[in-house]
Design a protein around this ligand. Sequence first.
Ligand SMILES: C[S@@+](CC[C@H](N)C(=O)[O-])C[C@H]1O[C@@H](n2cnc3c(N)ncnc32)[C@H](O)[C@@H]1O
Length: 241
Amino acid sequence: MTMADSVSVLVAKLGSRSKPDPSWTSKATGCTRERAERAVLEVAAYSASVMELCGNIDRTGRSYYAQFPAPIDLYALVRLVRPRTIVESGVASGVSSAFMLMGAKTNSRGTLHSIDLPVLRTGRPGDESWAVPAGMSSGWATPSSLRVGWDLREGRSEELLVPLLEELGTVDFFCHDSPVDREHFEFEMQAVEPHLGPGSLVVADNTYRRAFGEAARRVGAEAVYRKGSSLGAFRVPADGA
Ligand SMILES: C[S@@+](CC[C@H](N)C(=O)[O-])C[C@H]1O[C@@H](n2cnc3c(N)ncnc32)[C@H](O)[C@@H]1O
């Protein structure tokens, strides 16, 4: 099987939204399309881990926990940016975390610091789609082979994000996927901004476009959206804002 075939198998498993968009990842990072395409193909090396991740999810009787729509592209972004510090807000079952951990593993550098407020599944109507199954905690589906060195903190981002950012200083890669509301989104963008450096990348799902566009412009960048969706990214110019 070629690497491209392996990636197609992963897309079939992860769902059609995960079909890679190298045009987006190349525009978001400033890398060539060829480089972005190569980064996508490399994820084939993690086929067993992705199948384990999906198997862990399937065993709960559901296949959807509001996961990040473009996990393969997220892997490619981490490969293309080669961040030392990665901060994530919104873990749920751990799909996005797993792909960023894979990217950091291939890079042989970078630590993922994740924040998540787990919502427990009650089994009653009204449960959030991302609610954690009984007996599990945030990131429950992420294979143990990827968890080495993962700094996973449970709690509200409103309480944990600023202290984490102050601890880290500079953030090379920030992934927002903790949908609450506009105020929460703006809080995260404003909190992370002073910690971005030249070349840092911000990727966010369920973006409030105006707030995201303004955050990008404030650091001299331009927000780029994936296939007309609300998944956006921007990268601070390498020579600073
Ligand atoms: C859309 S899910 C994240 C999906 C995940 N990125 C993935 O790919 O599997 C959003 C997560 O954010 C968490 N969350 C909600 N409010 C939060 C808050 N105030 N602080 C931190 N996490 C929060 C939810 O409980 C949920 O686990």
